[in-house]
Design a protein around this ligand. Sequence first.
Ligand code: PLP
Length: 227
Amino acid sequence: MIKENLAAIHERIKKAAAKSGRRIDDITLIAVSKRKSVELIKEAIAAGQLDFGENYLQEAKDKITTLAGQARFHFIGSLQSNKAKDAATLCDMIHTVDRLKLARELDKHARAANRTLAVLIQVNVGREEQKGGVSPEDAEGLIKQMQDLSHLEICGLMTMPPYKENQEEMRPYFAELRQLGEQLQKKGLIATKGPLHLSMGMSGDFEAAIAEGATLIRVGTAIFGER
Ligand SMILES: *Cc1c(COP(=O)(O)O)cnc(C)c1O
């Protein structure tokens, strides 16, 4: 089942990439495995899936420990500063950095662990009160304040836009994230060592996100079923 679902997603990615003239190699599928068992993750790994996304740190910690070295883990949930140590030592990339205090904690623990931690800045492009993320207006200020955090590598931006029935209506939000990312990269503030990463698009809207430049798509339900 998971194997077939993954194959179907790769087919959708291929079509979306072709439609917008993009290379599939520039798009990474992150299988969002929150509240799904290690057994299911192993099934996905057996089907060739490498990258996984987790939202809850305790759950992620158990899975990462069990699956050490067999997969890459992205932290995509909201992160409290007091959990920064586990996040900084266990995860391959943190997608949800949206405030200086959290960034400083992650940097401190990455330094202590003698590693450079890949992070994305979460931007609240829909300006929704209940959602995490720095507002588009404040993103540059936050990122400037992060420049001296030498153990963080700011690889790009992430967003979770407002839900729309029709995914075409989400394109303006995805486009806004891309434009912001390109501006910040041009100013030498993010993605200075590698390509600009844009983490956007989920089960119901990743085609629209790919059309607007997504490099990391986060797909849960379409792979593992309803949660
Ligand atoms: C759960 C989650 C996803 C996956 O959503 P699906 O609709 O199940 O594909 C993607 N991104 C984030 C941040 C999530 O919390």
